[in-house]
Design a protein around this ligand. Structure first.
Ligand SMILES: [Ca+2]
Ligand SMILES: [Ca+2]
Length: 261
């Protein structure tokens, strides 16, 4: 197999950008509507918290504004406290979902749920997927990171990690690139692979994965690269998302299909 620039059977030309799925834009926090003080039940203390928030100069801002939007109108006002009192003492209707079980807000509104007690509503486990890849890149002028390097760059915000592997090496014309993302305690392993691929040719791609519901803490990130050859070192890096929510790491790539043609 030879590198793409001299491959007689190279079929692809130009750049292919494949967007696999549209991911969520923010971490979805699970909560119970109406449980403003986050103790697992709607009681008198909850409408009292709403009234304090509304009429005491914005003090006691609820950690989960969606929980205080008891009628799910998209705003927090007196009607939410009234709704709770009506439910508690006058046999009024149940609050809209999520209630009484934990869940995410089914309504798209301007309110957010920054945090909710993990004892009441345990956080969802993280999950990840490959959301896009682009390539093949034309040798030798691939633009950006040169072909004798590969890089991992990431951005973390609101529980969502976007991680891009720049210059991932694969066959020139696989049916698809895929990535399996595995979580184990404080480790994230991203196993990259290709499906199909019949060209006598390899080239470089950029692969972007998105991981949601990821807590802001330290992780060891490992990338499984099927074309990696010694002495090139595999990516195994430690990232602390609480301390450094974005970063970039690069390693030399000297073996085919990177720097040797
Ligand atoms: Ca409560
Ligand atoms: Ca409301």
């Amino acid at each position: 197999m030879i590198a793409r620039h001299s491959a007689p059977l190279a079929l692809a030309s130009g750049m292919l950008l494949l967007v696999l799925a549209a991911g969520p834009s923010a971490r979805a926090v699970s909560f119970i509507r109406g449980d403003v003080d986050q103790n697992g039940a709607i009681e008198l203390t909850d409408p009292v918290r709403i009234l304090m928030y509304l009429f005491l100069d914005g003090t006691s801002v609820p950690g989960c504004l969606d929980a205080a939007d008891v009628d799910d109108s998209g705003t927090i006002d007196l009607s939410d406290a009234v709704y709770s009192l009506n439910f508690l003492f006058l046999g009024g209707p149940l609050p809209p979902l999520p209630h009484p079980e934990c869940g995410v807000d089914p309504t798209d509104d301007a309110l957010d749920c920054r945090e909710f007690s993990g004892d009441v509503c345990p956080a969802a486990p993280p999950s990840g997927s490959l959301i896009s890849y682009k390539g093949c890149k034309d040798f030798p002028d691939i633009g950006g990171v040169p072909p004798d390097q590969a890089c991992i760059q990431y951005v973390y915000e609101s529980g969502v990690l976007h991680l891009t592997h720049v210059n991932a090496g694969f066959n020139c014309c696989p049916d698809a690139l895929v990535a399996e993302i595995i979580f184990d305690e404080g480790a994230i392993t991203i196993r990259e692979a290709e499906i199909g691929g019949v060209c006598f040719c390899c080239c470089l791609y950029d692969m972007e994965v998105e991981i949601v519901d990821l807590a802001a803490m330290e992780y060891t990130v490992r990338i499984g690269e099927p074309y990696l050859r010694e002495p090139d070192e595999p990516f195994e890096l430690t990232i602390d998302l609480a301390e450094q929510p974005e970063g970039r790491f690069c390693l030399p790539r000297t073996q085919y299909p990177w720097g040797v043609y």
